[in-house]
Design a protein around this ligand. Structure first.
Ligand code: PEP
Ligand code: MN
Length: 370
């Protein structure tokens, strides 16, 4: 059960203390307080854990400070959608809104290789009106002998350049808790020129200790990739780990699943699950056409498979697109063959826009049926 308190309970400290004292007397019930910090106000939620079946909704509703009561099922308590659940399906970060109703494109380098390529990428994004990007500094690689990313050595120039080109949010994968400190330190040293969305990759979806540590920091939102060889339920529970530790600003990313065939695409594209994740949870849903398709192959109509699947995901209501671009893919140290080119950026963005408009028209058509 969740007790949703009125906004800014800090203004009513006595009532709030009365409520906490009352909850503490309830046998078999533990509480967990969760504060959702918005740009203007904060919302406090109290999660009641234990034998809540016996509790009466209207009794709970009449307690001091309580605005609304939501009875949740066991699954995805914080991030899930529950009966009569009117909790937000969006969050704000660094002046941007990420929600089940918005669409952001994060085009950028799979892996940072050098300053020049970062600058070329960011300049192209700015010239095309983009304020988000992806930049991989820590790369989890299949082979221990492959390039592992420049790590902390590239962070200061990546962040400085992001500031120079007006990037508000950059997705950056981390694979170890020490990377959090390195990112925070580099952001601090460069004067916080950009925001960072921490990415948990598919190989770490169930790295519970990493999830807990990332969940305990609430400054940066998290992009959690679906595990490529586990059930959807297991991946959604992984997202819940982040929220249960305090950070519910989570975007869930579909990136294709391993099959025993690996052909014709690097992974089996799973973007049909965009509406499923939106129905089960309150998370915005991202699609990653690059790591799911993994090639620049095109169909006879001349359109690349990566662009076809992007359109399919956006047409189904995706909220974010994470996509690999590179100014000189032959020189890329990671995933060059799946990178899109700088001169394809405006074309890609326009194609996404067509799909988005079609999605909005589909929603409107559905509304007219009521
Ligand atoms: C990536 O986005 O760079 C990446 C490694 O993706 P994934 O974790 O989905 O393989
Ligand atoms: Mn990659």
């Amino acid at each position: 059960m969740i007790l949703i308190l009125g906004t800014n309970v800090a203004e009513k400290p006595e009532e709030y203390q009365q409520l906490l004292a009352h909850l503490a007397t309830m046998p078999g019930i533990r509480t967990r307080v969760h504060v959702e910090q918005g740009s203007e106000q904060s919302v406090t939620e109290i999660y009641l854990i234990g034998n809540t079946k016996a509790l009466n909704i209207s009794d709970m509703q009449s307690l001091p400070c309580v605005d609304r009561v939501v009875r949740v099922s066991e699954d995805y308590r914080i991030l899930g959608r529950h009966k009569d659940d009117q909790r937000a399906t969006h969050f704000e970060y660094n002046g941007m809104r990420f929600g089940q109703d918005t669409l952001q494109v994060f085009a950028g380098l799979c892996a940072v290789d050098n300053r020049e390529h970062v600058e070329m990428m960011l300049r192209a994004l700015r010239d095309n009106g983009q304020v988000c990007t992806r930049m991989g500094a820590y790369k989890p690689r299949t082979s221990p002998y492959a390039f592992q990313g420049h790590g902390k050595n590239c962070l200061s120039y990546v962040f400085e350049l992001a500031g120079k080109y007006g990037i508000k949010v950059m997705a950056m994968e981390i694979t170890h808790e020490s990377h959090l400190d390195e990112i925070n330190e580099a952001l601090h040293q460069t004067g916080n020129p950009t925001g960072v969305m921490l990415q948990i990759g598919t190989r770490n979806t169930q790295n519970f200790e990493l999830l807990k540590i990332v969940g305990r920091q609430t400054e940066m939102p998290v992009l959690l990739k679906r595990g490529f060889g586990i059930t959807l339920d297991e991946s959604l529970n992984a997202a819940e780990y982040l929220a249960s530790e305090g950070n519910s600003r989570v975007v869930f990313c579909l990136r294709g699943m391993k099959t025993n065939m690996g052909d014709p695409h690097r992974n089996f594209v799973d973007f049909a699950h965009v509406p499923v994740v939106k129905r089960l949870t309150r998370m915005p849903v991202c699609i990653d056409p690059s790591h799911s398709v993994g090639t620049r192959a095109a169909s006879p109509d001349g359109i690349m498979d990566m662009m076809h699947v992007t359109a399919q995901g956006v047409l189904a209501g995706a909220n974010m697109v994470l996509v690999d671009f590179h100014p000189v893919p032959t020189e890329a140290l990671v995933d060059g063959p799946q990178a899109m080119l700088m001169n394809e950026l405006p074309y890609f963005l326009e194609d996404v826009q067509i799909a988005r408009e079609a999605y909005l028209k589909r929603v409107e058509l559905r509304q007219r049926q009521e």
